[in-house]
Ligand binder design. Structure first.
Ligand code: MN
Length: 476
């Protein structure tokens, strides 16, 4: 059936399926050159974030005026076709493949002696982060990294990962926003052992499949760290090298590694940068001081992977891709006919959409919506179910379905006083809560075709030739 297609640029992106993934970011960009926009003109660093956020596809800046030795890349995973390329499968196979691979055992690391990421090794006074194209994410905050970090669980030795917004405060110092539950637990383990420092590595420029995995959030700490699953997600061995100054292993084929230590005794008041909701809540928090001890990188114009935070960028998407796959597994277990699940960029990381493959029996949709609303992560305040003929990537199509397929009196339900997002300005702060937790209601919206009525009444009318006739073909 024809659908209104959102403007994701996906028409330029032919489906690919089941190809072997490249083991480096630069090889991935070469393989996928047909969807990469390369900007050769000189660009001032202050415009790189804005230009990136205006692109729907990967965008590579070859000539950032202030940082001639580097390239800058953003928008690698914003849309489904790009996510499918990251896993080497077709769009239709993407979600079930990610869900399947997450249920596989960890492949761990293949440790090698040397790798391209060690072509240049800078230590001591040569460590200067101000040389890197680390960018500001809004006009009122300092330059910050949004990249993946590796930290080791001292009990298991597993390499846990997350993306850590880190404000650069000097040539070799920063403040890191250690927000995720596992990261907070691991920091506490090092503190409980009486340590003063915890080794950390910032991993910049890896294949996008690793970025999907690095943001996994679920029960895993007693059996693997996210980095142990990089090879599992990529369906191949994953090569790592030992760091120069800290006891960690990092991807051998990365572009840039920043090694350092987290000072466990010293915290500074610092902005956490704009959240994926586009707000600045909390405005400031106490963040540990990081001392950078080494930079290792490729010799040939290393690619700095930026993650512009707002308005609709990779920042809304990447942390929620594993959530989608975990929900796929749970809903499928319940017998829900899942076609797709998204935390769409246009929902500001506060909304989850379930697309059903067919019209299910009465009762299934409400159970599915309850599962979404009560998922571990505070990103499904507004949970919506749609049918297979509604374009899940189009806010307009989803809104149309809500307006025309939902009887608010029976197809919407609100649950009062549930876990709210730390970042949601509409949620009520819990007085004196040390972390700043909030309380908020949640809404489930059934915007699917209603099996209780004549299903034929829901069929959409499109002009003849809608998929074949393109206006551009008739312009002079
Ligand atoms: Mn974890």
């Amino acid at each position: 059936m024809a659908t209104k297609k959102a403007d994701t640029g996906a028409e330029d992106s032919p489906a690919r399926s089941n190809f072997h993934l490249d083991n480096s970011l630069r090889a991935h960009l070469e393989t996928n050159a047909d969807v990469v926009t390369v900007i050769n003109k000189p660009v001032k660093e202050k415009f790189v974030g804005a230009l990136s956020a205006k692109s729907e596809r990967p965008i590579l800046f070859e000539n950032v005026e202030e940082h001639p030795g580097f390239r800058v890349l953003d928008i690698m995973l914003k849309h489904r076709d790009l996510q499918a390329r990251a896993l080497g499968v077709s769009e239709d196979d993407y979600l079930k493949t990610l869900a399947y691979r997450l249920r596989q055992p960890p492949r761990g690391f293949k440790t090698v002696e040397d790798g391209p990421v060690r072509e240049v090794v800078l230590t001591g006074d040569d460590v200067d982060l101000t040389k890197l194209p680390i960018l500001k994410h809004a006009s009122d905050v300092d330059p910050a990294l949004g990249t993946m970090v590796f930290m080791r669980d001292p009990d298991t030795g597993f390499h846990n990962t997350m993306h850590c917004y880190t404000t650069v405060t000097g040539r070799n110092t920063g403040n890191g926003l250690f927000l995720t539950p596992h990261c907070v637990q691991i920091l506490q383990k090092w503190i409980d052992r009486g340590e003063e420092e915890m080794p950390i590595a910032y991993v910049i420029g890896v294949p996008p499949a690793c970025e999907i995995m690095a943001n996994f959030s679920g029960m895993h700490m007693d059996i693997w760290g996210e980095a142990d699953m990089f090879g599992t997600i990529m369906d191949q061995d994953f090569e790592t090298v030992r760091c120069e100054t800290v006891d960690l292993e990092v991807p051998a084929h990365a572009e840039i590694i920043l090694e350092g230590v987290v000072n466990l005794k010293q915290r500074e008041l610092q902005s956490g940068g704009p959240t994926p909701l586009m707000y600045r809540i909390p405005r400031e928090s106490l963040q540990p001081v990081i001392n950078f001890t080494a930079i290792t990188m490729r010799a040939d114009k290393p690619i700095y992977r930026n993650y512009q935070t707002t308005p609709e960028t990779d920042h809304q998407v990447i942390p929620r891709l594993c959530h989608e796959a975990i929900l796929y597994n749970r809903l499928t277990e319940m017998g829900v006919p899942v076609k797709d699940i998204r935390f769409p960029t246009f929902g500001g990381a506060m909304s989850c959409i379930l697309q059903l493959a067919d019209v299910p029996r009465d009762g299934i949709v409400n159970d599915a919506l309850m599962m979404m609303m009560s998922c571990p992560w505070n990103n499904a305040k507004m949970s919506v179910a749609i049918s297979a003929d509604t374009d899940i990537s189009s806010a307009a199509a989803v809104y149309h379905a809500i307006a025309t397929r939902c009887d608010p009196a029976r197809d919407m339900f609100i649950v009062d006083r549930t876990r709210g997002s730390l970042w949601d300005p509409s949620a009520a702060p819990i007085p004196d809560d040390p972390v700043g937790h909030r309380v908020v209601g949640k809404v489930g919206i059934d915007a699917t075709i209603k099996g209780r009525h004549d299903v034929g009444d829901f069929e959409l009318a499109w002009p003849e030739g809608w998929d074949e006739a393109h206006l551009a073909d008739y312009l002079d």
